[in-house]
Design a protein around this ligand. Structure first.
Ligand code: PNS
Length: 167
């Protein structure tokens, strides 16, 4: 058993559902490394730096939670960080196919890589970063769905980014 697991994702932005998975992960592992994908193809709303900074802020003072960005293959990054355990949240059946493909591809690339799925609290089982952005953009409330800081950052973006309804 390893004491470190890697929790990769886009986190654009981090939601309370992600934070819930990190907390659950810490009941099984001593340390969680949140790995933020730097993916120039995806055109995220928040830059990699912003996404990393927001997650660090959410877990401020928790030295068992480390946050880093990565590019390239996840299995290579995990190996370089000294773990072969990946944690992913599984919200619903609809997540299953995508997660199944990724887990098996990672296993194909690195046979010792294991993916552990954790279910978020039921209150977050419908939550995704994309829905948060959409709801916010259309003027809906995202309170209780994202950390306060993230709500503030969304508001800041809406102030200076086309596509966001001004509020
Ligand atoms: O939050 P997301 O966008 O569902 O996370 C997807 C992520 C970052 C876990 C996945 O895209 C990933 O691991 N990308 C790194 C590239 C890689 O290793 N690809 C091959 C295995 S699927």
């Amino acid at each position: 058993m390893q004491d470190l697991a890697i929790y990769p994702g886009s986190f654009d932005p981090v939601t309370n559902g992600h934070a819930d998975i990190v907390r659950r992960g810490l009941t099984v592992f001593d340390r969680i490394l949140v790995a933020v994908l730097e993916n120039p193809k995806k055109a995220p709303l928040f830059t990699t730096k912003e996404r990393v900074a927001m997650i660090r802020n959410v877990f401020k003072g928790r030295k068992e939670v480390e946050v880093m960005s990565f590019s390239g293959l996840l299995v290579e990054f995990a190996k370089a960080r000294g773990t072969n355990t990946v944690i992913r949240g599984l919200r619903a059946i609809s997540d299953f196919e995508y997660e199944f493909q990724m887990a098996l591809m990672n296993r194909q690339l690195a046979p010792h890589m294991e993916t552990l799925f954790m279910m978020p609290s039921q209150e977050f089982s419908f939550l995704s970063s994309n829905l948060v952005k959409e709801v916010f953009m259309l003027g809906g409330s995202v309170r209780n769905l994202v950390p306060e800081l993230v709500e503030r950052k969304l508001r800041e973006k809406s102030g200076n980014k086309a596509g966001f309804k001004s509020r």
